[in-house]
Design a protein around this ligand. Structure first.
Ligand code: EPZ
Length: 421
């Protein structure tokens, strides 16, 4: 069980470049299944989820290479024949469900094991299933597996999502790009990562546009070609490093990020007493002497609201902020698992249902804690960096799923953090 050893209490100062977005590279790798030709993906983050996604693509029959030190992936999907995602890979990463639409579009079938819940919630796929049925896909429910069959091909349909699910939107898009006819998705997810997927597919010859009301319109084309594409910067990783800086009273600059993707998050840093300066592709945060509670409810919402993926790191940062901060987690039903771990450092947090109430404490002390999930683990590190003394955070495999060289970036900013087994 690998862990981070953190000697907290040091201000983070300096500048780093942010990685490519985990939640863009995963659906883009899945979408490469649809492409007849070579796909080159640039700015792909060197994280374990990238390797798991490529394992699925290899299992399907594609040829893939990942030059990690250049953050570049090469994919040739011409050999794709397989349509089943192996159980062990389905279990390894929940985001393997993002392959469903692409495999269907490519092979006309897809067999997956029942996607289990995960650390942050049940993660049902009812919206994925009902949308695909509207597109002429037959769905057979077995004990352990689901079979999706589109032997007569996939037909375009008008789909209204009851909730703007990111994964459902992305799966529908990937099933629709080579369908017969046009698909219109109302109440579609608008996260920047969905936009990135659309940009990738259009670069490969798809015909996707969005109308003034945010509906996504996909006109089916016979096939997609290869292309070269650069993954967008990871807005949640950027927010994480800014929260680490604010938590330690430091001053950092994050380079190579899309600052407008951070619009829902930056006002919280300002309201907490930090000075934030944004430039074209970089953001600088200078923390005040003491953080103060932003004195407004921090409610997680779909884009362009405050993102659920930033909830844990912002909470970790505000554990020492003067005053009381109220969080409301509206997206996932079990996304406060980091709270008991944060209280081990002396944080004062009470959870009731969707609500978490954080009362700032003057100091945090070192502790031994466990990462509970990807973003929860990052939130715990955010607090450990501010806690005086030597802390140990275990189960850091969760953090490795989504953060490239996490400790290396923090060290470059002056943190004392070591990885140990
Ligand atoms: C994506 O997950 C992201 N993952 C998540 O990031 C992110 O938190 C989430 O979107 C919300 O922004 C990737 O992109 C790989 P949803 P996804 O479908 O698609 C419910 C991270 O830390 N729902 O928008 O699974 C669902 O249970 C990860 O980087 C249904 O009820 O999110 C949840 O409560 C975590 N039925 C809510 O909708 C469905 O058919 C939002 O889920 C689908 C979803």
């Amino acid at each position: 069980m690998r862990k981070f050893i953190v000697s907290g209490g040091k201000k983070l100062e300096g500048e780093i470049s942010v990685q490519g977005a985990k939640n863009s590279v995963l659906p883009v790798i899945a979408a490469a299944t649809l492409c007849d030709g070579n796909v080159i993906i640039k700015n792909a983050p060197d994280i374990s989820d990238t390797y798991f996604a490529l394992q699925i693509l290899n299992h399907l029959g594609a040829k893939t290479t990942f030059t990690a030190n250049e953050n570049t992936i090469a994919i040739d999907s011409t050999g794709v024949r397989e349509s089943e995602i192996p159980d062990k890979l389905m279990k390894k990463i929940r985001s393997s469900i993002f392959f469903l639409g692409a495999i269907l579009g490519r092979t006309g079938r897809c067999r997956i094991s029942q996607p289990g819940g995960c650390d942050i919630g049940l993660r049902p796929i009812d919206m994925h299933i009902s949308a695909l049925k509207q597109m002429g896909v037959k769905v057979i429910h077995e004990e352990e597996h689901l079979d999706f069959i589109a032997d007569k091909g996939i037909t375009g349909a008008k789909i209204n999502l009851v909730f703007p699910s990111v994964g459902a939107t992305e799966n529908i898009i990937m099933a629709a790009v080579t369908a017969v006819g046009t698909t219109i998705i109302s109440n579609a997810a608008r996260e920047p990562e969905v936009v990135d997927l659309v940009k990738f597919l259009n670069a490969a010859g798809a015909k996707i546009k969005t109308d003034a009301s945010g509906r996504i319109i996909i006109k089916g084309v016979p096939k997609l070609t290869g292309c070269e594409f650069k993954i967008m910067p990871d807005r949640i990783a950027a927010a994480t490093y800014l929260a680490c800086a604010a938590s330690t009273g430091g001053m950092v600059t994050i380079r190579d990020c899309n600052t407008f993707d951070l619009d829902p998050i930056l006002p919280i840093f300002t309201a907490a007493g930090c000075k934030v300066y944004t430039y074209d592709t970089s953001v600088t945060l200078s923390a005040g002497k003491k953080l103060t509670s932003p004195h407004s409810l921090i409610k997680t919402l779909v884009h362009p609201g405050f993102p659920t993926d930033a909830q844990a790191v912002i909470m970790g940062m505000l554990t020492r902020a003067e005053g009381v901060t109220v969080f409301e987690e509206t997206i996932f039903e079990n996304r406060y698992r980091h709270v008991p771990e944060l209280t081990k450092f002396g944080a004062d947090i009470i959870v009731s249902g969707k609500i978490a109430v954080v009362t700032g404490v003057p100091k945090l002390h070192a502790a031994k804690a466990e990462s509970t999930d990807l973003r929860g683990g990052a939130g715990i590190i955010t607090a450990a960096l501010a806690a005086e003394g030597r802390s140990e955070i275990s189960l850091i495999e969760y953090i490795d799923r989504g953060y490239e060289d996490f400790e290396g970036n923090l060290k470059r900013l002056g943190a004392e953090i070591q990885r140990s087994s």
